[in-house]
Design a protein around this ligand. Structure first.
Ligand code: IMP
Ligand code: MG
Length: 175
């Protein structure tokens, strides 16, 4: 497997995921929280996060994509799997891998609000703040990074490199 320049080490990621889990556990104590992982990229972040929570939660998934095989945002979101759990009057936490332009998260928030969830909040491991095209609040954020395409810890470039244990940057030589 290729090596990439690390942007976030496994140690940094683990520490931040533990911290976010503690904050979520405190914020949702005695509530009925449903975490919705956004496939495919968020599956590793979600699975590490839920195992560090100290409160009972339900978990479901949605599959949303705004990109084809390229690294350019289309701004259009394609849903290929919806949630199965009834979220009406429930506290929902959307768990994303990375927020780039913000279109995906904004679209998903609107969707859950229209399904009349009691509350809709967002968690993302990584955000590229300078790429934001729409205003969207990330309630639980791991890290801000610059404008670069990153892979690993669930994130892909054309379906590759999701299995790297750290997050690294793709250079033109890797692509
Ligand atoms: P947005 O709608 O532009 O915010 O795009 C969000 C989605 O694009 C994320 O859920 C990822 O699937 C994908 N994405 C954006 N930037 C990256 C990246 O650097 N690496 C891998 N996937 C990315
Ligand atoms: Mg994604």
């Amino acid at each position: 497997m290729s090596e990439f320049i690390p942007v976030l080490t496994k140690k940094e990621i683990d520490a931040q995921v533990s911290h976010i889990a503690q904050v979520i556990s405190a914020d949702y104590k005695d509530r009925e929280l449903i975490l919705i992982g956004i496939l495919k990229g968020a599956f590793i972040f979600l699975s590490d996060l839920i195992r560090q929570l100290s409160i009972p939660v339900k978990v479901d998934f949605m599959c949303a994509a705004s990109y084809g095989g390229s690294t350019a945002s289309s701004g259009r979101i394609k849903l290929s799997k919806d949630v199965d759990i009834d979220i009406h009057n429930k506290d929902v936490l959307i768990v994303e891998d990375i927020v780039d332009t913000g279109h995906t998260l904004k679209y998903l928030m609107g969707l859950f609000e229209s399904h009349r969830a009691a509350s809709v909040k967002t968690a993302a491991l990584v955000r590229k703040a300078e790429r934001a095209e729409v205003d969207v609040i990330v309630d639980y954020l791991g890290f801000d990074i610059g404008d670069e395409w990153v892979v690993g810890y669930g994130l892909d470039y054309a379906e590759q490199n999701r299995t790297l244990p750290y997050i690294g940057v793709v250079t033109p030589d890797d692509a």
